[in-house]
Each structure stands twice: as structure tokens, then as C-alpha cells.
Write a protein that binds this ligand. Structure first.
Ligand code: SF4
Ligand code: SF4
Length: 630
């Protein structure tokens, strides 16, 4: 077992030792068994798109196979693989969004799902020109949901939300013919075009990847965020705690893991049910302790302050504590290994989504029609399992940190309003933010997002880059597992401003925010697009003009590739701390890290050393400032 790269997380080593004692297999055992990863896969030069293959291209130019049986070159194979990765990422986010839109479509005054934020609904209705005259709120909700559902498969036109982008950006998309029309269409077209004997032209595959990714950033993800806010409320600033130390010795612990807030919100309600609380006490527990992980954890902590047990990497560790009565999962980023791991303890592993049935799991299908009844039944199972906990196997690390989160765009603007001069300025804009950037008090902004990846030390890249940037007066916004890394490291606190440079510290003090703002889950990266675009529009510029970057220091998922691609396509440079599987094509690498800049005004940077990455980010931000003359 090689787990030296876990060294950064002080809780991990002891738990890994415990896993070994308990006979529990973890990702570290599997990683060791994997030995070195396949060089062809690593470089993206293997293809199994038809049964003449699989084919693999020699990594050495001029030596060995240079083409697949159909004649596809390394460039084509790498670009096709990349395009399919984007399509998979886009479909995950967008399918998640589709579900939440359906939830709004079924919302009613007396149902499980209601409209919690009618103002946001009315704003969206207006933006989409849905007639609201004389209609009651639920009728409007259903009509807006129907319009949204058409965004997945409409036969004509373009995605509605691309109109939210700055005008120069919209023009770039139009000129390049990469305006997305309908989400499912873009995904299906990529699958079609990457079939054997279709597109072999590398630039075309890149354009298709961009168009498809935009259907997520400015389509699926943006709708996911908007509709989740409408149904469950827009997040506001609140405090919580993070890390495995939030698991309680004397309570029924329930881990929420996955992504879908329509399920997790119901679990939050169920856990507050007086009858179930009494049941927990009758079974000897002090109460019910809900804790979250990955993006579902982000969703419920942003709206309810539910504590964060950890990020992607810690999903196994939460079970190894021996104190988890149930792990409730929906979709995405859930290790298939978890049900087997849960068997080493008393933990009930409950899968709930027909889209993610898992071998070895207890399956209780979640159904939106009977949402609360089903989740109550599931929470009941967890409570009744408390008595089965083997106390000799319990080891809960004591580490936990305080964190402030809930920084939606609306909440950020509310905070910015504190420094608006009521005589001379207007409220409810991002002007105070753009003013401090233009004045140089803050040098720029970075959105740090994405996963964990065992190729690098757990959370180390996230934290190193975040600390370095805030020290140099670059404000950081964060989502996903990167945000949870920041929470665990205590960087989402008001006190963390002491780690910031003078300018950023001053801004934090005046505005009353931490130097790193948790903006939510992975679909909520659309909030970052919104924020950046508001600043661009306020200055009459394009996103690519701003001293702003995206960073995914420890990314691992296909979703992350889809995100990185829409961020670059939206004009924002993106730094990747893990090199994607594209290096088998020097031409495709050149497109990603060089040529894209001529097309969309932004490009990818690959840099695995977090300290060097931070340095490059700062250089790029200063370069953008110079170009602006600020
Ligand atoms: S599509 Fe071409 S490169 Fe891919 S497996 Fe088939 S023959 Fe080989
Ligand atoms: S950041 Fe990555 S690992 Fe974490 S929930 Fe999102 S996609 Fe999954």
C-alpha cells in the first residue's frame, strides 16, 4: 500500500492503518495493484471506437504503428477521445439539471417541492419572455420549467442563457459557429462525429467540444443552479464545520454523497422530523447528524449549513471511521467500491437513483412524487442501524475547521452593497468589485475548482495555490471538492484574511467576506461565469480581457474536462494541475495550450507543480492587467 501522497491530510494515515486492521480495501490498495498506468491511455492514443480495433498508436513518431486500422492518426484519436470526454461530462451535469427542472415542473403549494424563491422565478420568466400576467406562481413555474426542458432538445435556435454572456463573447461564438443549440443534440452530435469514419479533422473536433461544453456552462449547469435556487432558495452566507471530525460519536451519522439536491434536500427535511428525532433518542442516540460529501454536501451546506465530512478523496475514510450508520447516494463520483467497504462495518450503503444502481448496495428508489415519505423511510433505516454499531471499531479523527460559505452571486452583491456610496453609486451591481480590481487593490480573481486525484498529494495543490494567490492579493472563488479542501484548511473563515495581502485583506474587512468565497457545487461554476460576465459587461469588455483565471489543481472527472472546456471557450484561461490524456498528439496539445487563444481569447495551461502553477497564474494576471493598462 503506497499512501505517502496522503501525507498532507493528518487524518488519513491513522485511518488507512485502521482500514488495514479491519481488512477493508481502499483506493490505495487498488492504486498499488494498478502499478504504472497504461502509457497509451495516459497519452490518449488508444482507440476502441470500432471492433476492427482496439488500435494504439506508437508514442514514438516514425516508429511503430502511426495510424489505426481505419487510418485515424494520433491527432484524430486524441481529439476524438477528448471530445467524448467532454460529451460525458456535459451529459452528467445536464442530466442532473434536467431532473431539477422536472422537480420545479411538479412543484405545488402543498407538495414536497415548492417555489422557495419566487423572485428568482419571476426574473427568469421575464428574461425568457414567459407571459406572467394574471398567472399564479405555480403556473408560471410550470411554464418556465417547460421552456427549460426544451433547451435539451429544441430543433432550432440557440441556448437561451448564452445571451447572458458579454456581447463580444457572443459574437466570438457566433463567428466560430459554436453557439450551442440544444444540450442533448450537442452530446449526440459528438458521439456521432466520433464514430468510426466520421470527423477526422482535429480543429473541427475541438470546435465541437467547445460547442458542447458551452451547452453545459451556459445551459445545463446554469439551469441546474438557477432552478435549484428557485426550488430550494438562493444560498446566503452561513457558517459550518468541515472534515471528518464532524462525525459524532453519540449520534446517528448519515453521510449524503453524490450530487442531486432534489434527494438531499428531502433528507434534510426528514432528519428534522420530530418522530424520527424521537426514534433516534429511543434507540440510544443523542440525535441525527447529517454530514455531506462532494457536491451534494456542497448543495446542502450552502443552503442549510449541513456539516462537510470531506471531499472526494475521503469517501472511503468516512466509512472506515466505523461510526457511519448509513451512506446515502444518488449520482456521480461515488466509488463502486463503497458497498463492499461498507460490509466491513455496520454501515448501510443505500443507492437511490435508477441512474446509478450499484452492485452490492441496498437499493431504495427515490421517487420525486413521494419524496418525503421515501426519504423518511431511508432515514429510519439509518436510525435503526445505530444499535448495530461496533464501538470497538470506531475511530473518529478529531480534526474539523470552521467555515463560512453560501456566497451565491446575489449574496456577493449584497456584501458589495456595503461599500457603495448611496449618494453617487447604484446598488446591486458588481461595480465595487471591478473598481478594486481596476485600482489594483485586488490584482485579479481566480476560480479554483475541481476534484481530488491520487496522482497528487491530497488537497495540497488546492491549498498551496489558494494560499499563494490570496497572499498576492488575488481573490479566490471556489466550488466543488476544491471548496471543501479550503473549508477543511480553515481558509473559508474571516480570520483567513490574515493570510491575504494588504489589498485583499482590506477589501475582506470592509466588505465582511473571507478571502476565499465558497460559491457552491460543480454545477455552480455557472455562478462564476455569471459573476465574471457581470464584471465584463460593467466595463464594456469581454471576459478574455479581465485579469481572471480558472484553476483545476486536482481534477479527475470527465465533468471537469467539460467544465475546463467551457471556461476556456468563455474567454477565461484555465490552469490544469493534472495533465489531460492528450499528450500523444503534439498538435492537439498545441491547440489547447496555444492556438485556442487566437480563436477564443483564452487557453489551457498544464502545470502540475502547485507553486509554479501559482506563479504562472500571477504572471498571466499581470499580463492581462498590462494589456488593459491598469
Ligand atoms: S475507429 Fe479506427 S482507430 Fe479506432 S478502433 Fe476502429 S479502426 Fe482502430
Ligand atoms: S469536484 Fe470533482 S470529485 Fe468533487 S464532486 Fe465535483 S466532479 Fe466529483
Amino acid at each position: 500500500m503506497s499512501h505517502e501522497v496522503l501525507g498532507f491530510d493528518v487524518t488519513a494515515d491513522a485511518l488507512l492503518e485502521k482500514a488495514k486492521r479491519d481488512g477493508a480495501e481502499t483506493m490505495w490498495d487498488r492504486k498499488a495493484a494498478m502499478k504504472a498506468s497504461c502509457g497509451f491511455g495516459e497519452k490518449g492514443i488508444c482507440c476502441k471506437n470500432c471492433s476492427m480495433g482496439p488500435c494504439r498508436i506508437s508514442p514514438v513518431e516514425g516508429k511503430g504503428a502511426q495510424k489505426g486500422i481505419c487510418g485515424a492518426t494520433a491527432d484524430t484519436i486524441v481529439a476524438r477521445n477528448f471530445a467524448r470526454t467532454v460529451a460525458a461530462g456535459v451529459s452528467s451535469h445536464s442530466d442532473h439539471a434536467r431532473d431539477i427542472i422536472h422537480v420545479l415542473h411538479m412543484a405545488s403549494e402543498d407538495g414536497n417541492y415548492k417555489v422557495k424563491n419566487p423572485e428568482k422565478l419571476m426574473k427568469l420568466a421575464k428574461e425568457w419572455e414567459v407571459d406572467t400576467e394574471g398567472k399564479e406562481i405555480y403556473q408560471i413555474a410550470h411554464e418556465v420549467a417547460e421552456v427549460a426542458l426544451m433547451e435539451f432538445g429544441k430543433p432550432f435556435g440557440t441556448q437561451r442563457f448564452i445571451k447572458r454572456a458579454p456581447e463580444p463573447r457572443q459574437k466570438i461564438w457566433k463567428d466560430l459557429n459554436i453557439e450551442p443549440r440544444a444540450i442533448d443534440r450537442e452530446v449526440a452530435t459528438i458521439l456521432h462525429s466520433t464514430h468510426i469514419g466520421c470527423t477526422s479533422e482535429v480543429d473541427s473536433l475541438m470546435d465541437m467540444s467547445m460547442r458542447t461544453s458551452l451547452s453545459n456552462g451556459w445551459g445545463g449547469s446554469m439551469m441546474g443552479t438557477e432552478f435549484t435556487d428557485i426550488v430550494f432558495g438562493t444560498p446566503t452566507a452561513r457558517s459550518t464545520e468541515a472534515n471528518l471530525g464532524v462525525i459524532e460519536e453519540n449520534m446517528v451519522n448519515i453521510l449524503l454523497h453524490g450530487h442531486d439536491p432534489s434527494f438531499s434536500e428531502m433528507v434534510v427535511l426528514a432528519a428534522e422530523d420530530p418522530e424520527l428525532m424521537k426514534l433516534a433518542k429511543d434507540n440510544g442516540a443523542e440525535g441525527i447528524n447529517l454530514v455531506g460529501m462532494c457536491c451534494t454536501g456542497n448543495e446542502v451546506t450552502m443552503r442549510h449549513g449541513v456539516k462537510i465530512a470531506g471531499n472526494f478523496y475521503q469517501q472511503e475514510m468516512a466509512i472506515v471511521t466505523g461510526a457511519m450508520e448509513a451512506v446515502l447516494v444518488d449520482v456521480q463520483c461515488i466509488y463502486p467500491a463503497l458497498p463492499k467497504l461498507a460490509e466491513c462495518y455496520h454501515t448501510k450503503f443505500i443507492a437511490t437513483s435508477p441512474k446509478a444502481k450499484m452492485e452490492g448496495a441496498t437499493y431504495i428508489e427515490f421517487n420525486e412524487e413521494h419524496a418525503l415519505d421515501i426519504t423518511k423511510k431511508i432515514v429510519r433505516e439509518a436510525i435503526l442501524n445505530y444499535k448495530n454499531r461496533d464501538r470497538t471499531k470506531v475511530m473518529i479523527p478529531q480534526q474539523k475547521s470552521k467555515a463560512m460559505l453560501g456566497y451565491s452571486v446575489e449574496t456577493i452583491i449584497d456584501h458589495l452593497d456595503k461599500v457603495v456610496n448611496s449618494q453617487t453609486d447604484v446598488f446591486e451591481t458588481v461595480k465595487p468589485l471591478s473598481d478594486v480590481i481596476w485600482a489594483g487593490v485586488i490584482r485579479g480573481a481566480a476560480g479554483i475548482v475541481g476534484c481530488n486525484n491520487p496522482k497528487v498529494q491530497h488537497d495540497n495543490s488546492h491549498i498551496t495555490i489558494m494560499k499563494e494567490l490570496i497572499k498576492n492579493d488575488i481573490i479566490v472563488v471556489t466550488t466543488g471538492c476544491a471548496a471543501q479542501a479550503a473549508a477543511k484548511a480553515g481558509l473559508l473563515t474571516m480570520e483567513a484574511k490574515e493570510l491575504a495581502g494588504r489589498g485583499l485583506r482590506e477589501v475582506c474587512e470592509r466588505v465582511g467576506i473571507p478571502p476565499i468565497l465558497h460559491m457552491g457545487s460543480c454545477v455552480d461554476i455557472s455562478r462564476i461565469l455569471d459573476l465574471v460576465s457581470r464584471v465584463s459587461k460593467e466595463r464594456g469588455l469581454d471576459n478574455s480581457n479581465l485579469p481572471v483565471v480558472g484553476v483545476a489543481p486536482e481534477w479527475m472527472s470527465e465533468k471537469a474536462v467539460g467544465i475546463g472546456t467551457y471556461v476556456v471557450s468563455s474567454g477565461i484561461d484555465t490552469f490544469l494541475g493534472i495533465t489531460p490524456q492528450v499528450t500523444g498528439s503534439a498538435r492537439f496539445v498545441d491547440i489547447l495550450t496555444n492556438q485556442l487563444e487566437d480563436k477564443v481569447g483564452a487557453k489551457f495551461f498544464f502545470e502540475e507543480d502547485p507553486t509554479v502553477c501559482a506563479q504562472k497564474i500571477m504572471e498571466r494576471i499581470e499580463e492581462k492587467r498590462d494589456r488593459l493598462g491598469i
